[in-house]
Design a protein around this ligand. Structure first.
Ligand code: PHB
Length: 381
């Protein structure tokens, strides 16, 4: 009642209302924090919070206020929450988006309201095309297949089966990987798609066993790799002579120790490893573990860098939250991430980053994706 009275009085006197007086910049963070993809939301939130904890949460005299909401990985929820945050909370920026359908559902809101939408998790190539206010700090499906598609044919893998989760990023990755693998002299003998919800891999793995390829290429989204690997072993495929390769989503740092020794030797390509050998990454991993009692994975880094992008853009606009000014400030931004050097392509608003080929090894009693080859500054084609 009192707040309402104060607001009415302020409006009547044409004075700044309570929210303006605080000079806060509200950032809505929309994430799956319950359900099977809750680990993705937890990682992104932890990354975003760590950046603010390390760099301070005040920019150009304004306090950055995070409003974190759980969408339970239901796209309709994400859209409804985004609308509510824009209309009622007057958020200046929408961020998060752990999975592609959640990012796509929100794109019309960001386009219509002219509110920047920072994608910290989702990977499907077309996402930034859906709103001129979308900017991405995670990864692009075509990008993360680059290293492994080149490595495989040079390492004795000629006949191969692909297995991907059956939704937009999986379909993208199946295509991008297969095209590049074939161009390097490989042959794709079968392409298998597995449902996103509660996947039972057993019948699909039987098809792989029957096809007897040199290798199986796998894409499953963050968090699903442990379940996949358990069934791979249960079916005896680890002893079949069929080699296993994939994008680094399968061996994500959050679950790698849980997968256990069967992961040793798995070769993947990706943009982030907690073992990335830079001083910045070492201190990032240490601080992340200290604050959250878990190892950061690529989602954690997407959240950390997404918050870095938001803070740097606000510095450039001197605190202006105008959507066009913020996106203009984000375009072409370049900085060092725990993953290595990154930048925002001004033409596509998508991330440009190194892609590393890595192998799972035991380091100091724990499993890590150890990087051994680098493809520099990979852009979305
Ligand atoms: C996506 O939904 O775009 C997505 C999610 C998790 C991943 C990769 C892609 O690991």
């Amino acid at each position: 009642m009192r707040a309402m009275f104060a607001a009415i009085l302020a409006a009547f006197l044409n004075l700044p209302g309570p929210s303006q007086a605080q000079e806060a910049v509200k950032v809505g963070l929309l994430l799956p924090l319950t359900g099977p993809f809750a680990p993705t939301g937890r990682q992104i939130e932890a990354g975003a919070r760590l950046y603010l904890a390390q760099h301070g949460n005040t920019v150009a005299g304004k306090k950055i206020e995070l409003i974190v909401r759980d969408d339970g990985n239901v796209a309709d929820n994400t859209k409804r929450i985004a609308q509510e945050l824009v209309v009622n909370e007057k958020v200046a920026i929408l961020a998060g988006f752990g999975l592609t359908p959640l990012a796509l559902a929100t794109a019309p809101i960001s386009a219509e309201a002219k509110v920047p939408q920072v994608i910290m998790g989702a990977a499907t190539a077309i996402i930034p095309d859906r709103s001129p206010y979308i900017v991405r700090t995670s990864m692009v499906t075509s990008q993360i297949t680059v290293g492994i598609a080149d490595w495989a044919p040079k390492n004795g893998i000629k006949r191969l089966v692909t297995l991907v989760t059956d939704y937009a990023p999986g379909v993208d990755i199946e295509k991008a990987f297969s095209e590049r693998f074939k161009a390097s002299g490989g042959e794709v003998i079968e392409q298998i798609r597995v449902p996103l919800a509660n996947p039972d891999f057993a019948p699909f793995l039987q098809r792989v066993a029957d096809a007897k390829p040199d290798a199986l290429f796998v894409f499953v989204p963050a968090g699903v790799g442990a379940n996949f690997m358990r069934q791979f072993v249960e079916r005896g495929l680890d002893k079949s002579g069929i080699r296993l390769i994939g994008t680094g989503d399968m061996t994500d740092d959050d679950i790698l120790n849980q997968i256990g020794d069967v992961a040793l030797g798995l070769t993947t390509s990706h943009h982030y490893s907690a073992a990335h050998p830079s001083a910045l990454n070492k201190s990032f991993v240490e601080a992340f573990k200290k604050a959250n009692n878990m190892r950061p994975n690529f989602m954690g880094v997407g959240g950390y860098d997404g918050m870095a992008l938001i803070v740097k853009a606000l510095e450039k606009t001197r605190g202006s939250t105008n959507g066009d000014e913020l996106v203009a400030a984000m375009k072409g931004m370049a900085w060092e991430s725990p993953r290595g050097p990154i930048s925002i392509d001004p033409a596509t608003r998508d991330i440009v980053q190194n892609i590393y080929v890595r192998k799972v090894e035991r380091v100091g009693g724990e499993l890590y994706n150890v990087e051994f080859a680098t493809f520099e500054a990979v852009k979305k084609p």
